[in-house]
Ligand binder design. Sequence first.
Ligand code: RIB
Length: 309
Amino acid sequence: MSKIVVIGSSNTDLIAKVKDFPKAGETIKGVSYFQAMGGKGANQALAAHRLGGDVKFITSLGKDANGLNTLEYYKKEGLDASSSLIVNNTPSGVAMIWVDGKGENSIVIISGANEMLSSEYIHKIEKEILEADLIVLQMEIPYDTVKTVCDIAYEHNKQILLNVAPARKLDEDIIKKIDVLIVNETEAEIISGEIMEHIGEEGIVDKLLALGIKTVVLTLGKRGCILKNKQIYLRAPAFAVKTVDTTGAGDTFCGALAAELSKGHNWNETLEFASAAAAICVTRMGAQPSIPTETEVYDFLKKTVNYSF
Ligand code: RIB
């Protein structure tokens, strides 16, 4: 099995369940509230770990209660975050999340310590990248840091998986270094400069491939996902489940995809496994509490599509 290093954010998620999102200037009564561990980086790292990957997670936390709780939690989960940065005088990242009756969410993040994960720090822990085979990145840490990681990883022939969430435009230089790009519709439109409604799903994927990315995975929510590279074009439907909360589903998909790739599985198996993991995730509240284990995913697949392993 190949080794995965995830470099990215950690947040404490403050989650309010509401019937409907409040309008500007409106005060509403929520249905329930709870706190859980989150952050796109951490969610993807934990997903890859729970789903059978050999994972190291590099993040940045403040020396505050949230930061210490988070480190304790990673330890309990068996997720190795020992090369992470712990900063003084900056609070750990938090995310304020509303989840409505349909399970859709609205998220505001306060990056805090995540912003301190600098290129300089990456150079200090460069050996972690050199010892890995697959590097997983998202966009909740400084963009320059993402670029530095890509430079080092590319120079040393490591596989790079980038999930461009939250969405932003990417420099040409970074695009060419990416092996697997995972994007939703909005992210695909921002990077390609095209509108999906105008050129279609495959059209936008082709645009991204033409920029120099090796494999593009376009996630389409309830409509499943598309994967394309020079050799294959795959379309995987989403599993029909009762949606409770979509928070962390995209991250679970990315982590699952990384875990499956690290096990040497082919794209068909990988997409099916990642879609099943994301489907289980949306049936539960919260990001990290909802990430399934590898056994849960196999059981789900057995029941749902008569899978035999
Ligand atoms: O993708 C979901 C995540 O986005 C949440 O866990 C929250 O922390 C934000 O980073």
